[in-house]
Write a protein that binds this ligand. Structure first.
Ligand SMILES: [Zn+2]
Ligand SMILES: [Zn+2]
Length: 337
């Protein structure tokens, strides 16, 4: 990363580093908003405002962001960014399985509970060297996460179509993280699920259901022909703002057996507070011959850089690139459906 960056880029780099370190969205929003304000200025206006000292008169620019902008515009590395880069672990080194990944099957935008619009997620993924991401916002029942109705999902498909025209050869695959309802049915219309490129099915409710019904519930979802990935299978939370949560109990051999039979990938969820499946289950699914998806479940652009959390665990479990579906090009990935 060079020391000299454009003001909007400096703001976005700060946001990215904060997100990568797991900062909550509200801490990051000021920087992303300010970058957007700069994008919207008329040519020459930024220089005029810096000279006149009127940056902070712009809605969305405060003292901290104004200082970053002024320093970047003067050709300096903003102090805020320099301090952050000092504190952060160095950029993730892309070797081994991590280098083989081309995409990410599970990401969220501000259409549900993510912090950034789809375009910003896609641009950050492209900057990381990804060839594609699947945008998998939540389904309607997850109201706390502003899940998408059928109508909003159709609107999102139109947006993605337009974005793909602009971002090519980078590609946003259409998708959903669909709730697995109590009876194993899915929380979105089947005809819509059938139109999507990637369907991640996850349990988000009644996580403490007894093992018998939970096994049936998960197997029913996995057997739905529209499902591609079984998301964070145990639902455990190790730490973080939502506290701790134990693993759901189910017959893992039966559920992974269904994944194997149906060609559904078992997700290795890279979020630091999830690291799901736990090692014992990960090794079981690996030994059974399942396919995997190594997904960030990113809710902000900087979180797209979390794939290393999953690839190191996958390598420890003996997995190679041919077992991981997001090592495929977008075309090959779509051809497998
Ligand atoms: Zn989820
Ligand atoms: Zn998710």
């Amino acid at each position: 990363m060079s020391a000299q960056v454009e003001p909007a880029e400096a703001l976005r780099q700060i946001a990215f580093q904060l997100e990568r370190s797991g900062a909550p969205t509200y801490r990051v929003r000021a920087f992303r908003n300010a970058a957007e304000v700069l994008d919207g200025l008329k040519p020459g206006e930024l220089d005029k405002r810096i000279a006149a000292g009127t940056l902070e008169a712009l809605k969305g620019i405060g003292s901290t962001t104004a200082e970053v902008i002024t320093q970047a515009a003067a050709g300096e590395q903003p102090g805020y960014l320099a301090r952050l880069l000092d504190e952060q672990p160095p950029p993730t080194e892309r070797t081994g399985l991590l280098a083989a990944l081309r995409g990410d099957c599970h990401t969220h935008s501000d259409w549900s509970d993510g912090g950034s619009p789809p375009r910003e997620m896609a641009e950050a993924a492209r900057a990381l060297g990804h060839e594609w991401i699947a945008l998998t916002d939540h389904s309607p029942r997850l109201t706390v996460a502003n899940g998408l109705s059928a109508e909003r999902l159709r609107d999102q498909l139109e947006l993605i179509d337009a974005l793909n025209g602009e971002l090519a050869p980078f590609r946003i695959l259409t998708g959903i993280e669909v709730d697995i309802l109590d009876d194993g049915s899915l929380d979105q219309r089947e005809d819509l699920l059938g139109r999507l490129d990637v369907v991640v099915a996850s349990v988000h409710s009644k996580l403490r259901m007894p093992a018998g019904p939970m096994t049936k519930r998960m197997m029913a979802a996995v057997r739905n022909p529209n499902v591609d990935v079984l998301g964070h299978c145990t639902g455990r939370l190790l730490s973080g703002g939502r506290g701790r949560r134990p693993e759901s109990t189910f017959d893992a051999r039966a559920v992974f057996g269904a994944c194997l039979a149906e060609g559904v990938a078992v997700e290795i969820n890279c979020r630091p507070e999830r690291r799901d499946p736990p090692t014992k289950l990960l090794r079981l699914a690996a030994a059974m011959g399942c396919l995997f998806a190594i997904d960030t479940d990113a809710h902000a652009p900087g979180q797209l850089d979390w794939q290393g959390n999953g690839t190191s665990r996958a390598e420890d479990a003996g997995l190679t690139a041919d077992r991981v579906i997001n090592t495929a090009t977008a075309d090959d990935f779509l051809a497998r459906r």
